[in-house]
Design a protein around this ligand. Structure first.
Ligand code: ZN
Length: 323
C-alpha cells in the first residue's frame, strides 16, 4: 500500500511517499526557521503563508523523487492536530484534494502518534505494553501504550518553558557540550512525588535568579555552564519520571519520540538509565525525530490497513489529544 503523507502542523512543510509503512520512497522537508528566527518564535500567519507557497512544488518534488504518479497512490495521510490551525489547514486541504480527486482512502493522523511511528518506521513495532516519552512543540508527556493505537496519558508538562532562543533545543544542546553540567546546582522536581507531570517553573525561576546574581556580582554569565547545568536538571527529571513510569506500569520497553529526543545528553542519560533498569530503549535517528511526513504516512498506513478512514469533513484541531 503506497501512502502519501503530508505534515504542516508547525513550521516545517513536509511531504513523503511510503510503501507499507516501512519503505520510504521520498521524504522532503522545507523548514521555515530562517523566516521565524528574528521573531523569536513561530509566527502562525507567516507559517501558513509559507506552507501555502511550498506545498504544491514540494508535493511534485516528492512524487518525482519517489518515481510515482498520483494514480499509483493507495491512500493519503495528513496531520490534523495538534498544531497551528492555519498551518494544519494548508496540508489538510492539499491532502483532501488529492484524496477526493483520485477517490483514495483518507486518514487524519495525530501529530504525536506520528512521532511514535517514526520509531515504527525505523525499527518496526515495539513490544506492547510500553511507555513513550514524547516531546513535541513545547509539550512533554509520558504515555502508557498497552496495545497498538491505545494511549493512556500518565503525565505532561504543567508549565511551558519560555524564553529559550528559537528553536531552543539544538542551541542548548550545542552550548551545553562545552559546559560543565555540575557547575550550577539547579532544583529538580523528581518523581518522589508519585506523579508523572513535568513542572519546570521552579527551574525557570532558579535560572533567572542565577543570571541576576551573577550580573549583580559583576561577573560574566558562563553560557556554556548555564546551558549544561540547565539541561542536566531538565534531563534528570525527564529520565527519573520516565523510569518511574516504566516501573509503575511494569513495562519492559521505553520509547522516545519527538524533536527534543534528538538531544545528545538526553539520549545518553536515557540509555544509561534503561540499561541500569533492564529496559529496552528505542528512539529514532535524529533526522526522524524532528517533524517529517514519513512518520505521518507510516502512522496513517497502520490505521488504513485496519480499515480505518477519516471523513473529508474533518477539521483541524489545535489541541487534539493523543489519549
Ligand atoms: Zn513534532
Amino acid at each position: 500500500m503506497r501512502v502519501l503523507g503530508i505534515e504542516t502542523s508547525c513550521d516545517e512543510t513536509a511531504v513523503a511517499v511510503v510503501d507499507d509503512g516501512e519503505k520510504v520512497l521520498a521524504s522532503l522537508i522545507a523548514g521555515q526557521a530562517a523566516l521565524h528566527g528574528r521573531f523569536g518564535g513561530v509566527v502562525p500567519e507567516l507559517a501558513s503563508r509559507a506552507h501555502l507557497e511550498t506545498i504544491n512544488p514540494l508535493l511534485d518534488a516528492a512524487l518525482a523523487e519517489a518515481q510515482t504518479d498520483l494514480h499509483e497512490l493507495d491512500g493519503v495521510a495528513v496531520t490534523v492536530g495538534p498544531g497551528l490551525v492555519g498551518a494544519l489547514l494548508v496540508g489538510m486541504a492539499t491532502a483532501k484534494a488529492v484524496a477526493l480527486a483520485l477517490d483514495l482512502p483518507f486518514i487524519g493522523v495525530n501529530h504525536l502518534e506520528g512521532h511514535i511511528y517514526a520509531n515504527v518506521l525505523e525499527h518496526g513495532h515495539p513490544d506492547h505494553p510500553y511507555v513513550a516519552f514524547i516531546v513535541s512543540g513545547g509539550h512533554t508527556m509520558l504515555v502508557h501504550v498497552p496495545e497498538e493505537h491505545r494511549y493512556e496519558l500518565l503525565g505532561q508538562t504543567l508549565a511551558r518553558f519560555v524564553g529559550l532562543p528559537f528553536p531552543g533545543g539544538p542551541e542548548i544542546d550545542r552550548l551545553a557540550q562545552r559546559g560543565n553540567p555540575a557547575a550550577i546546582a539547579f532544583p529538580r522536581a523528581l518523581a518522589g512525588s508519585g506523579d508523572f507531570d513535568f513542572s519546570l517553573s521552579g527551574l525557570k525561576t532558579a535560572v533567572v535568579r542565577h543570571v541576576r546574581a551573577e550580573r549583580d556580582a559583576g561577573r560574566e554569565v558562563d553560557l556554556a555552564d548555564l546551558a549544561a547545568s540547565f539541561q542536566e536538571a531538565v534531563v534528570d527529571v525527564q529520565v527519573d519520571k520516565t523510569m518511574g513510569a516504566a516501573e509503575e506500569r511494569k513495562v519492559s520497553t521505553v520509547l522516545l519520540a519527538g524533536g527534543v529526543v534528538a538531544n545528545t545528553r538526553l539520549r545518553e542519560r536515557m540509555a544509561e538509565a534503561a540499561e541500569a533498569n533492564g529496559l529496552a530503549l528505542r528512539y529514532p535517528s535524529p533526522e526522524l525525530c524532528t517533524d517529517n511526513a514519513a512518520m505521518i504516512a507510516c502512522a496513517g498506513f497502520f490505521r488504513l490497513a485496519k480499515g480505518e478512514r477519516t471523513s473529508l469533513e474533518v477539521g483541524a484541531d489545535a489541541g487534539l489529544p493523543l489519549a
